[in-house]
Design a protein around this ligand. Sequence first.
Ligand code: SF4
Length: 335
Amino acid sequence: MQRSCLALFSGGLDSILACKVLQEQGIDVKAIKFITPFFSHELKDEKKARRYKEKVKQRYGIDLEVVDITPEYLSMVGKPPHGYGRYLNPCIDCKILMIQKALSLLDTFNASFIATGEVLGQRPMSQRRDTLRVIERDSGAEGILLRPLSARFLRETLPEKAGIVDRKRLPEITGRSRKKQIRLARDFGIEDYPAPAGGCVLADPILSKRFKKIFSKWRDYGPEDCILAQVGRHFLLPAGGWLVVGRNKAENEVLSGLVGPDDLVLRATECPGPFCILRRSRNVSDIRLAAQICARYAKTSGFPVTVGMYSDDVTREKIVVEAVPDDKQIHSFMF
Ligand code: SF4
């Protein structure tokens, strides 16, 4: 067995510490950060990925690789064999998938086992003792999946049996309290770490509802739909169009980078207003309604509003519309 492992790396404190406690024992740790449409997708941009790797190396002394698992993740998230958590979070299958992917990369990185930052009893669904066992079994990583932070409460793994990892030197962390992790971070001289994650977008009550709608309405949904769903206000128009409206300057900027080849972009031309994307419809009444909703959020006291429209296959056009008259009507299209 090699003294090297692949560690699942979310960027949270637990995953950092899992790497550090193994490095401390002389293990060569390669951290893997996975990309899906639901987390870390910004790292698809090579420059951002490079900067992120440099930051992790500089801050924590950890070598990191970024691995895109978008296709596998999308097929899993619509129908996860172990079901969902409270919202649309398929935590057990999410972990299984990531561990399976890490398993398939062991040879590439000359590593002999996998580590995660999972903590026994920290989360209700995916970190119970029985669930940790299921994840280990169903991922096919039995014996070579080490959870260094809680390993002393779990069955001994092969790297421990082989003497590569000294079980007695691993910390004994369980439960929801983060006191031990904070103390351990201090011992490693780590002060600059992310606050506990606000949560995965799949576990967000509003976003998960929107994803559910998208999954059921458009069977051909793709990664770009899942990413678009996370920004702005969303409207489902009567002829099937999906309108997304930026809520502020930052969102307008993000949306301008998410325009797809078949999308229609709408924006007020004579006053400040939101960046809007109409997807999945070129129906005339949808386009008119989209322009009226766009006008509703434009910063003007006078109506009507001129809305400009463009896309790859439509030359610039303008339409003059009255804004959707009342909030009740506009809310009826929101999702
Ligand atoms: S919270 Fe999200 S990222 Fe974390 S295990 Fe669950 S589905 Fe995966």
